[in-house]
Design a protein around this ligand. Structure first.
Ligand SMILES: [Cu+2]
Length: 124
């Protein structure tokens, strides 16, 4: 390839880079997450959001009462059969945080584990 042929491509690359940057700079999004607890498991077992997102969680259980607990965010919400719970929080701490069921009704609850991943937003 000669320089003459490469040159027209450069503005396009610059434009794409700018677009990618703009996408990263997008403001926080509202994320709706449905969590289902059943048979001592959370579905999904992993939730990924971006730092700053407003996370709206709707949690239900298909068998016994369970909670969705994230210590780092001081969240502990309980759902009972036919009584789903809805709540929201701002994902203002980046990192990987375990979520679990803190109810002691059943031994199986201690096996309930999941992971909340809050991806850091690029700093300005
Ligand atoms: Cu439980």
């Amino acid at each position: 390839m000669t320089n003459v042929r490469v040159r027209p491509v450069l503005p396009l690359i610059a434009l794409l880079a700018a677009a990618a940057f703009a996408a990263q700079e997008q403001g926080p999004a509202v994320r709706h997450i449905r969590v289902t607890a059943a048979r001592y498991k959370f579905d999904p077992p992993r939730i990924e959001v971006n730092e700053g997102d407003l996370v709206q969680v709707e949690m239900r259980t298909l068998d016994i009462a369970h909670s969705w607990t994230v210590d780092a965010y001081r969240i502990a919400k309980r759902a009972a059969p036919n009584h789903p719970v809805a709540f929201e929080f701002r994902a203002d701490k980046a990192g990987t945080f375990p979520y679990y069921c803190n109810l002691q009704i059943d031994d199986g609850c201690r096996q309930m584990r999941g992971e909340l991943v809050v991806k850091p937003r690029p700093r300005k």
